[in-house]
Design a protein around this ligand. Structure first.
Ligand code: GH3
Ligand code: MG
Ligand code: MG
Ligand code: MG
Ligand code: MG
Length: 312
């Protein structure tokens, strides 16, 4: 084996990618007009490690949902201006909040009214005074399932990265933010070189492992605020909010270099693979689709120029 080339431990670590990405604390939005009830609820959630934000007016619910991105809504029934049920109906009219769990927490003991509330977009009904143990158990189990659902909707099952659709959506929303904050954003398309040959020579499962190793390396090296998606088979899309083309080149070229050093074990020996990459950036290009297209064209240039390189 060549001297000085570090033996990789990447393969062993790949398995962690899907399961052990550290989880954000659970977040609950409490919609409740009584200050006393709010304090009790928030204390109970806090004691079991769940973050929360409380609003007293249902009219603020949509803006708060967008800003706070909670995993669950704890909804009072009777509040000034609008009932919890009315608020739930408004929430359910927005596609992105169609499946967020809404748990009512109310003094209402009339079962017919409780059932009405559940029919109109609620997932569960708890009555006050509440049992904190039950509240926390329900909150946690609902959030677990909601997060699992979202993971499978937005992520690729082989790598755990964002899938094609959600990486495009995330790019569009990051572009909106970049425009509002007057900061640059670099987008890159990455494609593994001669991957057909890898599959032909070593088999499809080995090919899959290589896709996972690149996914892991990208996740490992990029920031939490960067967008990393599996765009297609052996093709990845990366977006770096705040980074210029030149800055992205610097970061990604290290990754390119290090990926090429990885020794993929096969039949008692090992082999290397490389990737090519194209970079384009905002504000030079301002539309998401055009940005991806420009990065794709740069990627094509990188392939034509001999692969294992980045073109900006
Ligand atoms: P180039 O350097 O031009 O990119 O050559 P290439 O062979 O990588 O390009 P091409 O796009 O023609 O082939 C990509 C191959 O990737 C074809 C397909 O069999 C393989 N592939 C796509 N998705 C997967 C996957 O999920 N797992 C594995 N193992 N292979 C895949
Ligand atoms: Mg009330
Ligand atoms: Mg390809
Ligand atoms: Mg190709
Ligand atoms: Mg390829």
């Amino acid at each position: 084996f060549p001297q000085g080339t570090p033996q990789t431990t990447v393969m062993g670590k790949i398995l962690e990618l899907n399961g052990s990405e550290e989880e954000d604390p659970y977040r609950v939005l409490v919609v409740e007009d009584s200050l006393t009830a709010t304090k009790l609820i928030q204390r109970s959630l806090n004691e079991s490690g769940v973050e929360s934000l409380a609003i007293a007016h249902p009219r603020d619910v949509l803006t708060t949902l967008h800003r706070y991105q909670p995993d669950l809504i704890l909804m009072d029934m009777y509040m000034p201006g609008c009932t919890g049920v009315e608020a739930a109906r408004v929430i359910r009219q927005h596609a992105e909040f169609l499946s967020i769990p809404i748990v009512y927490l109310s003094g209402e003991t009339d079962v017919a009214l409780q059932i009405d509330a559940l029919r109109l977009g609620g997932d569960h009904f708890l009555t006050k005074p509440f049992n904190p143990v039950i509240l926390n158990a329900i909150v946690k189990s609902k959030i677990e399932r909601y997060r699992a659902l979202r993971r499978s909707m937005f992520h690729d099952s082989l790598t755990g990265l964002l899938n094609h659709t959600s990486s495009k959506q995330r790019l569009d929303s990051a572009l909106g933010t970049a425009a509002a904050e007057h900061v640059p954003l670099a987008a890159a398309m990455i494609d593994i070189d001669h991957f057909k040959k890898v599959n032909d020579n070593y088999g499809h499962p080995v090919g899959d492992q290589i896709i996972r190793s690149l996914a892991w390396l990208l996740k490992q090296r990029l920031r939490k605020t960067d967008i990393v998606g599996r765009y297609g088979g052996e093709e990845f899309m990366v977006a770096l909010p705040g980074a210029s083309s030149a800055q992205a080149l610097q970061v990604l070229d290290r990754i390119r270099h290090d990926f090429a050093q990885i020794r993929h074990p096969f039949g008692g020996s090992w082999f290397n693979t490389t990737f090519s990459c194209g970079i384009a950036s905002f504000p030079h290009i301002s539309h998401g689709e055009a940005l991806v297209k420009a990065a794709d064209e740069a990627l094509y240039q990188a392939k034509r120029a001999g692969r294992d390189r980045i073109v900006t």
